[in-house]
Design a protein around this ligand. Structure first.
Ligand code: ACO
Length: 321
């Protein structure tokens, strides 16, 4: 039993339009908008690392929830682009918030990270002495983007979103899963043996993606995961008030709308302004709806994501803030 009592988000100051992308690679605004729905994305500067974005989103979520940082029992940061390998990004956030009573954990499930984070938070809230848990999705994907690869670099953006959870009635059903056999569809390099021994190249950190394979996976898994989470919570997909899908590609969302026979108006979309912000995407979208007063208590909402792994997951909840 868990409910969301506050949300926050933060997007880096610098905006890169499709027109500006034309300077880096052989592409056009028309191609990007038609194939993806993206018009612009935010790019972090040198003072905006993962921990900075996560901190800004977290501070706003705490304010929205009306609780202090010392009341946090746990900080979970979902990210594919941690500030460093050690310490985890959650510890950076803890230090800046002054959340001295919080345990700190990062988790990586690529674009499904925020959904996995909510699942872990709900489970943790069953332990004794758990008060409030902060779940953050934060990414600086532009730091691992290959700006010579036009098939990926136009897609990604940076940002962070956060939610504060506590015990209570809200989340009705969650499902997560993965298909590790499809790992090669979306990956970075793996760590080589020490180059002192082999003379191998250092870690190849740029992301590679087989867009077509991920697309095929996504159009199938998005509706299936959503149906499974709603069924787990004894709901009906046709009675949902809002669906907040991972913002990867407008065409994937349109295909899901058709397959589920649910009108596009029920799907929240902000991809045109954010691009694909991976683990941050659903959290940013949820906060945008919350700040715009688009969510009313009792609204039935599905959050649904998919991404590298390949992973997937969905949450069915009743808004109760
Ligand atoms: N501008 C212009 N042309 C381009 C660009 C570009 N930016 N990128 C590719 N093209 C070209 C290709 O080279 C190809 O040209 P060719 O026919 O001469 O070979 C043509 O456009 C068509 O390319 P496709 O790859 O077939 O384009 P498609 O319609 O499949 O769209 C896309 C590509 C947008 C990547 C799509 O496959 C997609 O959205 N896939 C899913 C990605 C996704 O959802 N990822 C989510 C997970 S992200 C995560 O976990 C971090």
């Amino acid at each position: 039993m868990a409910r969301i009592i506050g949300t926050g988000s933060y997007l880096p100051r610098s905006i890169v339009t499709n027109k500006e992308m034309e300077k880096y690679v052989d592409t056009t605004d028309e191609w990007i908008v038609t194939r993806t729905g993206i018009k612009e994305r935010h790019m972090s500067q040198s003072d905006e690392n993962t921990g900075d974005l996560a901190y800004e989103a977290a501070a706003r979520a705490l304010k929205n929830a009306g609780i202090g940082a010392k009341e946090l029992s746990y900080i979970l940061v979902a990210t594919t682009t941690p500030q460093s390998l050690v310490p985890n990004t959650s510890c950076y956030v803890q230090a800046r918030l002054g959340a001295v009573n919080a345990s700190c954990l990062d988790l990586n499930a690529a674009c499904t990270g925020f959904i996995y984070g909510l699942e872990v938070a709900e489970a943790l809230l069953n332990l004794p002495d758990m008060g409030f848990i902060l779940v953050i999705g934060a990414e600086v994907l532009t730091k691992i983007t290959d700006f010579e690869d036009r098939s990926t670099c136009v897609l990604f953006g940076d940002g962070a979103g956060a939610a504060v959870l506590t015990k209570g009635d809200g989340i009705k059903g969650i499902i997560t899963g993965s298909d590790g056999t499809k790992a090669a569809c979306l990956n970075t390099g793996t760590f080589p043996v020490s180059n002192v021994l082999t003379g191998e190249k250092p870690f190849e950190h740029l992301v590679h993606m087989d867009g077509k394979e991920v697309y095929k996976f996504a159009v199938n898994i998005l509706p299936e995961a959503m149906k499974a989470a709603v069924a787990r919570g004894n709901g009906n997909i046709h009675e949902l008030d809002h669906i907040i899908p991972h913002q990867a590609n407008i065409r994937i969302i349109e295909a899901a709308s058709k397959r589920l026979d649910i009108p596009m108006e029920k799907f929240f979309i902000n991809i045109e302004k954010t691009g694909n912000t991976s683990a941050a995407s659903i959290a940013i979208a949820l906060d945008e709806m919350n700040q715009n007063h688009a969510l009313r208590n009792g609204d039935r909402i599905a959050l649904v994501g998919f991404g590298g792994g390949l992973t997937y997951g969905a949450v069915y909840l009743e808004w109760n803030m």
